[in-house]
Design a protein. Sequence first.
Length: 241
Amino acid sequence: MTGSEFLLGYVPGVVPTKWLRMWVERLPEVRLTLVAVSAQDAAEAVRRREADAVLLRTFVGGEDLHTIPLYTETTVVVMQKEHVLAAADELSAEDLAETTVLHPLDDTLGWERPPGLAGWDRPESTEDAIRFAAAGVGVLVVPQSLARLHHRRDLTYRPLVGAPESSVGLSWLREGGPELIEELIGIVRGRTANSTRGRQQEAPAKQAPVKKKQPAATQKQAPRKPQQQRKPVTKGRKPRR
């Protein structure tokens, strides 16, 4: 974190705008700057201090990074709308056995070889593979967020069951990590602003010690004056007339 700015990297397909709004509400004094990074270069962006933390595909990382998983995406097959496989509600690896499956160099699912028939060459990027799929060269297997990111009117996608899934996580350096990382963790995990695991709350103002009530002083009562004894009244006889 540089000064009053926090740099948050994110890979294609991840949409951090909701978390950005929450950050602005909770920490208006610290600017959150979003930095777009490639899926393959996300971890290096943190190591090179080009980002304080990064939202990445969790199969990319290393022992020097601390990564917490956030969510797992559905894996889908992207194809032409007129493709024969588009008639199904969902697909399996067996359904792709006779179909060319494009495998871009920036593959985000981490498998060595996808199902189906291998293409004549690996596309340089997922974006290139999307164009090849639109041209009818083959189909493409990607996380659903990437299918939405590269949406085209002439393409559609279907869930692929039993395939590797892509998990998105938040990652930062174990040594010398950013000061406000707990605040960011709380935001991406949906904690409330009053959570005690976020930024340390200010210590409550010290209250003046409550003085114990002293027992009321015993008032010295003035000694009572001895009552004067009244002389008994002697009843005399009534005088004779």
